[in-house]
Design a protein around this ligand. Structure first.
Ligand code: SF4
Length: 301
């Protein structure tokens, strides 16, 4: 069977993840073992490689032996964790993405200025959990859908500022912002309140191709927010099927049944070697025509 496979671009590591991966490799070289309380990036294969080379994940800073090295995740950590690590005298390496860091600083100052702060995002995602650490009893709310917005208290007479998790579907965020504006006409966007440029670019290219393929494959981990959003964006944009796989090893023959055209992309935390492994596998299995599909005019920022 002959299949056309579009390899999407941009895909894979964003700037924040590239930086964190390089820091993790350097720390491993320098210190051998290091500790984390959160995965440095949301990719199971990369994390497994680090664990095999000596990275140790713990539940709490209290579990880290004195004199050790602690690395903070790309998604950032709560200020309480930073404080605890400092008190304990640990060597800390901060792999927080500069974009996330800048959102943390803006949320902190919005809270200090007495605003009600609304974050559009997933309560359990590491980036939001870290941001919640800045609230410390202030008026801080996380919403993800209209029900969450309905449940917000009526603070329409107060100052309200919103921010956005960096890895959401940007068109879904626009709809949530519209709803927030209906409820709180005076609501203001916080500075740095957008879905990250890397998330937008990867979604944009998926949006453009999804309707013309039988299958869109996202290579990424199931706990990666931006990976899951790519699958949703593909289905919303007309893909007949879209799946998320960690690696070629979990691709099933049935996934490719009757597929004549497909597209492959990867999450912002997926190592490119996993995509290339999949491409090699597809080339061995099918009479396949590989084509690059790029978006030249994506919005960056
Ligand atoms: S997706 Fe954006 S905000 Fe998140 S780590 Fe990558 S560059 Fe940073």
């Amino acid at each position: 069977m002959s299949v056309t496979c579009y390899l999407l671009s941009p895909r894979g590591y964003c700037s924040g993840v590239t930086r964190a991966v390089s820091m993790a490799k350097q720390v491993m070289k320098l210190y051998g073992t290091f500790y984390v309380t959160e995965d440095v990036i949301h990719n199971k294969t990369f994390i497994k490689q680090l664990e095999q080379r000596g990275m140790i994940k713990v539940d709490s800073v209290d579990d880290i032996p004195d004199g050790s090295t602690l690395m903070f995740s790309t998604h950032g950590v709560s200020p309480k964790i930073v404080e605890k690590a400092e008190k304990k005298g640990l060597t800390t390496i901060d792999a927080t993405c500069p974009i996330v860091k800048s959102i943390q600083n803006d949320v902190k100052s919005a809270i200090e200025q007495g605003n009600n702060v609304i974050i559009i995002g997933h309560k359990s995602h590491a980036e939001i959990v870290a941001l919640m650490g800045y609230a410390d009893g202030a008026k801080f709310y996380v919403v993800y859908n209209e029900i969450d917005i309905d449940l917000l208290p009526d603070f329409s007479d107060d100052d309200v500022v919103y921010f956005t998790q960096t890895t959401l579907d940007y068109s879904a965020v626009e709809r949530i912002v519209d709803k927030l504006k209906e409820k709180f006409p005076r609501i203001k966007p916080g500075s740095n309140n957008n879905v990250c440029y890397a998330t937008r670019e990867r979604q944009e290219v998926v949006r453009k191709i999804a309707h013309s393929v039988d299958l869109l494959v996202v290579v990424g981990s199931s706990h990666s927010s931006n990976a899951k959003r790519l699958v949703e964006v593909a289905l919303d944009s007309g893909a007949k099927n879209a799946i998320l796989i960690d690696s070629k090893d979990v691709l099933k023959d049935e996934d490719l049944l009757n597929v004549k055209s497909m597209a492959v992309t990867s999450a912002a935390s997926t190592p490119e070697e996993l995509v290339q492994d999949l491409v090699c596998y597809l080339q061995e299995k099918f009479d396949i025509a590989m084509e690059e599909f790029k978006i030249q005019d994506v919005t960056t920022g």
